[in-house]
Design a protein around this ligand. Structure first.
Ligand SMILES: [Zn+2]
Length: 233
């Protein structure tokens, strides 16, 4: 397995300036520390500028989640897989349920350091923050959502999992933004076949139910099932 990682490491490309090992969350030397999180230096700078601008308008943008490692995503995946199959779901049904909100390890945009989950620090005593209804109607994060809708693009940030009926893949996430100037290049540089090879080599629980056809379909509908502003050819 280490040899495979080493081989993947050698596959760099100039446009994205990151490699597949970094894009899979296995290695994070392209990231810098921001608050208690990790982001690419450019994403951190843009986020910081956006945070300062929002604060002037009374919105206290807080990071809930930024970079996440392959290992962490594997933990999330396996925890759900074990729970759902213990509840009586078949492995295939368990995987389908996981994929409503969680990615296959190695395929999360949170591996990249360009993607963030945010809330408004003005709102205290809320539990279960990342729920779509809290960003709409009389929800506590409506001011944050409205501010982001009007201003986020000025700083390079775009919603990834939009509320668009024509979009495939993951459910609507009004809290998840991506730093477009880097994320578009990262998606272009993401090598799905290499990612599949590494994923299969790790022995993630449930991975025996994910073959190449499943992976290719998942890549097309989920990883590319995003806000069209962020898609690449
Ligand atoms: Zn997210």
């Amino acid at each position: 397995m280490r040899l495979l990682v080493l081989l993947l490491f050698l596959c760099q490309w100039s446009t994205a300036q990151v490699n597949i090992v970094q894009l899979m969350g296995i290695e994070d030397s392209h990231l810098s520390t921001f608050e208690t999180h990790k982001l690419t230096p450019k994403t951190a700078a843009a986020f910081s500028a956006m945070q300062a601008a929002a604060l002037k308008d009374g919105i206290d943008i807080q990071l809930v989640s930024a970079h996440r490692s392959f290992e962490r995503q594997q933990y999330i995946w396996e925890d759900k897989f074990v729970r759902y199959t213990a509840e009586g779901l078949s492995p295939e049904a368990a995987i389908a349920r996981i994929l409503k909100y969680s990615t296959i390890p190695g395929t999360s945009r949170h591996h990249w350091g360009t993607d963030i989950d945010i809330t408004d620090g003005n709102i205290k005593n809320e539990t279960r923050l990342l729920v779509p209804s809290k960003f709409h109607n009389n929800g506590p994060f409506v001011p944050l959502h409205q501010w982001m809708q009007a201003n986020a693009h000025k700083f390079g940030f775009y919603l990834v999992y939009t509320n668009d009926a024509a979009r495939t893949g993951f459910s609507y996430e009004p809290w998840h933004y991506s730093y477009l100037p880097e994320a578009k290049a990262f998606l272009k540089g993401y090598n799905s076949r290499m990612a599949f090879a590494y994923f299969k080599s790790v022995g993630v629980r449930g991975s025996e139910h994910i073959d190449r056809d499943f992976w290719d379909e998942y890549y097309r509908t989920y990883i590319k099932g995003i806000n069209t502003e962020l898609t690449v050819d």
